[in-house]
Design a binder for this molecule. Sequence first.
Ligand code: ADP
Ligand code: MG
Length: 697
Amino acid sequence: MCKEEMGVRSVADIYGENVFSIKNMRNYLSEKAYGSLIATIKEGKTIDPSIADEVADAMKTWAVAKGATHFTHWFQPLTGATAEKHDSFIEPDQEGGVIMKFSGNELIKGEPDASSFPSGGLRATFEARGYTAWDPTSPAFIKKGEIGATLCIPTAFYSYTGVALDKKTPLLRSVAALSKQVCRLAGLFGIDTKDKRAYATLGPEQEYFLVDRSFYEARLDLIQTGRTLFGSAPAKHQQMDDHYFGAIRTRVMSFMDDLDRELWRLGIPAKTRHNEVCPAQFEIAPVFEEQNLSIDHNMICMETLKKVAEKHGFVCLLHEKPYAGVNGSGKHNNWSVVGPDGKNWLSPGDNPHENAKFLTMICALMKAIDTNAPMLRASVATAGNDHRLGANEAPPAILSIFLGDQLTDIIDQIEKGGAKSSKQADLLELGVDSLPQLPKDVTDRNRTSPFAFTGNKFEFRAPGSNQSCAGPNIVLNTIVADALDEICTELESDVKSGKDFNEALQVVLQGIVKKHKRILFNGDNYTEDWHKEAEKRGLPNLRNTEAALEATKDPKVIEMFKKHKVLTPEELASRHDIYEEQYEETITIEASVALKMARTMIVPIALEYQSSLAGTIDDMKTCGCKSDGTMDLLKEVGGETEKMLKGIKELEAALGGKASEKIDAMNELRVAVDRLEELLPDEIWPLPSYAEMLFMM
Ligand code: ADP
Ligand code: MG
């Protein structure tokens, strides 16, 4: 893209130009095919095979006009990244040339060699067949390279027996489960649900770091593990709070301008951009969208962040904790539900009927989170995120809900068996007709809560910056569906036995609040007091990935995923195995890289410096100079070098052991290396420093 081009072309002109959008569909398809495809997308159904060829041909014509030569089924295997295998459109004609072809079959179904993707034992190695299937609810898009372009078709990935091998398949299933239960509840509220569905919305706030490419390339740890394994904190980092929302540097600004435009071209509604808490840390947030699309868009956003950074001489670090001692990066998952009435059910309404829906959803969330805190915690468990959760900069690993004072007051009233209006003090029966008016802005700001109500949505703040949003949202959708399922079952049986709906609802919600109010906490989640209080309340505190992943083995959890047809027991077990293995592998790689760097980069220069100091001391003695200070320095350098050498031995021994042993040994080694960084001459230190990486850009 050249500057002139951007100058003359407005955002409206470029927005979505690399997406096979609804507008493109209308332009390139016959009326019949267009109508059928739109219906497919709206209802989230599978495409009518009789229009597949026409749709494929239209997509190809559009894509080829944009310079595309290849297409790919773009999918999200359990590695957590995205995968693509390109096929060109070319087909030899019989005259020594080629024609460009793309058939309906190629659009709808692909068959990548699945044997190299993790399946957690789901797919026997002799049967490597996996299929990708087009998800028409997420539009095809074009990825441009320097020279050519590729048409990307978002797909789900599953085995020949129909087992989900990816993150999209269970996500779509969880959306269906949520829709079913929300519609059931809607029915009880007398809302028309015929041919309607409910869905979740998502707006993920993405944090990231930028580092100058030359520094990155000089750090084996960043290249191989995405984070620094050594590095002593600079005197000034984030203490002055002068970076957050600060003026954006020129070079970073160019990067952001470029990034936004790239995203807009792809139909990704990038909205906010700002400096984050730590120097060199930033955030980008889109306008929220339907969850499935938003998740695809976040995957593309992460990829685009890296690609555009490269163009500007940066590397984008998506790791949750690239630098020790300063803030890490998360991905705030803003989640809400749109009901079959087309309204946001987490938005407090302005009439009693709307409020009843709203409060039922709030109670369903209390029930869902309290009952399934360990599973929700498991959905954000990765080696990288372990550095964040539990440190005093991100929400703790203890899950709790922040509702703010006003909403908590209403919940208290529900617990007491009725709700009084917030203005008048007289008690009212809680029911559709007698709920109090809710104040318009029912939220306060609390930055420390892992699960906060922020006006018209819940913000789940524990997901890691490097994670796909799919996992946490699969769990969120499913646990809320499960809570609603129980609520509806109770209400339906009450109504059937002749009870008044309003009275029944009041009793059900009162029961939920009584049972689950321990999950509510409006205070500072970072304090030691809260940890103690949470323990008293019996809230789980699963500090690391290994502990958190155990939740997937709970029979109740297995049954829940099965009941709502989101994951079979085998599929769930495979996720446990894959994530556990990924965790182990990550730690082992980090340990090996730390060893290699210490041995081949730090030990040699430490020894060299020692011998130079020893030589200096000899020289000083020869000429009768005092050398006490130099001697002290040599002693300290020598002492730390010995500690480092001991640390290397211990880490090597730990390599074959448990992950926790490797982590302890790495931490130990790091202390010695970081101290040496403070003692050795800057000139010979072989790694770019934190000060350089965080401040020079
Ligand atoms: P903050 O940093 O104060 O939390 P931001 O504006 O940076 O707020 O991010 C809020 C995110 O929440 C945005 O991506 C926004 O689109 C999203 N959001 C707003 N309303 C909803 C909703 N109903 N459902 C899901 N996400 C929403
Ligand atoms: Mg936020």
